[in-house]
Design a protein around this ligand. Structure first.
Ligand SMILES: [Mg+2]
Length: 370
């Protein structure tokens, strides 16, 4: 008989409450008694997921928030053992990006036993610490460096529990007040290295950050590509424009694929988008990094990669790929000419005034870096 493992955080959810739903569902589907594995303070789920794989479990039910889902996904990496999501708490970004139920435990559990396995990509971040130590971690939604990671590290946990996304807005406003910018050299795939000075770099495996906010409008969870956005707003008005782009333009772009909006977006140098398979980042000074909302401290260099189909997720019974929602895997390498981070040398597509501004900014970037 097949067996499920249940990985759960005993400080957040009662085993008995879970068992009341999971045990009858397993029995009804003809599965063996489940293996129960509790997360610990020093291991939010990766070790438990590996243990479940070693024990030969056929599905791992992860009950928890984004941190638990990230850790369990990391533990399941490359094993082929499917992950069933039972969302808890405020974020649940993977479940949101996959359009899954967020607050119906019975439905989530049903997907574990009767659902459809679906291969999705896994993001892999390999970094060097300031002391030289190398570490590797997986992520399922987004990795952030710079301001984004600072927000994650300063957001009040209690406040986050009570007001959800508003806590991020509060600490975001605080972080914006300090005009922190990081200087870095970055390289997409086999492109040439470029230097930049930005507030935040976000590398996404999927595009939604919840509440209908689509940060990376072209991102798909199974296209074998990472979607990157570099944010470098100029002053307060710049943040307003960035907010508008993310909240309004990206929503329009996703729905209508409007060329006009896309052209405007591609010309907006406060928010630069790029798709890639790998991205190398080297920082001049140590920078905070976060993966799926969990803070991992300071790093000096990071290599971001995508492992296509590196994770299998149980979708609800009857799920089929939606041809409109799920673009087919892209065979051609991403077009690196679309990078706007370094101002184009020949000023292609810019009018003379913009061209002059771009040249001045390029000179400024170089000056500030040295
Ligand atoms: Mg992708």
């Amino acid at each position: 008989m097949p067996t499920a493992a249940v990985v759960f955080n005993p400080t957040k959810v009662e085993r008995e409450d879970l068992a009341n739903v999971i045990d009858p569902a397993a029995a009804a589907a003809g599965w063996d008694e489940s293996v129960w594995l509790e997360t610990a303070e020093d291991d939010p789920g990766a070790g438990m997921a590996r243990e479940a794989v070693e024990k030969g479990c056929d599905v791992v039910i992860a009950v928890g928030g984004d941190g638990t889902i990230r850790a369990v996904s990391e533990g399941l990496r490359g094993s082929g053992v499917p992950l069933a999501l039972c969302p808890q708490g405020t974020g649940n970004l993977l479940a949101r990006n996959l359009n899954m139920t967020l607050d119906n435990l019975a439905e989530s559990v049903d997907a574990a036993f009767n659902g459809v396995p679906r291969k999705v990509d896994l993001g892999i971040a390999t970094w060097s610490r300031p002391g030289g130590r190398q570490e590797e971690q997986g992520f399922v939604v987004m990795a952030g460096m710079g301001l984004d990671a600072e927000i994650m590290s300063t957001t009040d946990e209690d406040l986050k529990d009570k007001v959800g996304m508003l806590a991020y807005v509060k600490s975001g406003a605080e972080a914006i007040r300090n005009t922190h910018r990081m200087r870095l050299i970055f390289q997409f795939d086999n492109d040439r290295p470029r230097r930049a000075k930005v507030h935040t770099v976000i590398v996404g495996n999927c595009g939604s950050i919840g509440n209908n906010v689509l940060l990376l409008p072209d991102a798909a969870v199974d296209d074998g590509l990472l979607d990157v956005v570099a944010v470098r707003p100029q002053g307060l008005w710049g943040w307003v424009r960035v907010g508008w782009k993310v909240l309004v333009d990206n929503a329009i772009l996703r729905r209508t694929d409007s060329n006009l909006v896309r052209q405007n977006r591609d010309r907006d140098r406060q928010l630069s988008y790029q798709q890639c398979r790998t991205m190398e980042l080297t920082f001049r000074d140590p920078q905070e990094i976060e993966l799926d909302g969990d803070h991992f401290g300071e790093v000096l260099a990071v290599r971001m990669q995508v492992e296509p189909g590196g994770l299998t997720v149980q979708m609800p019974a009857g799920w089929t790929p939606d041809p409109d929602e799920e673009p087919a895997a892209k065979e051609t390498p991403p077009d690196s000419a679309a990078v706007q981070e370094s101002p184009p040398v020949d000023g292609r597509g810019l009018d003379p005034a913009e061209q002059a501004a771009a040249a001045a900014e390029a000179a400024e970037l170089n000056k500030e870096w040295d």
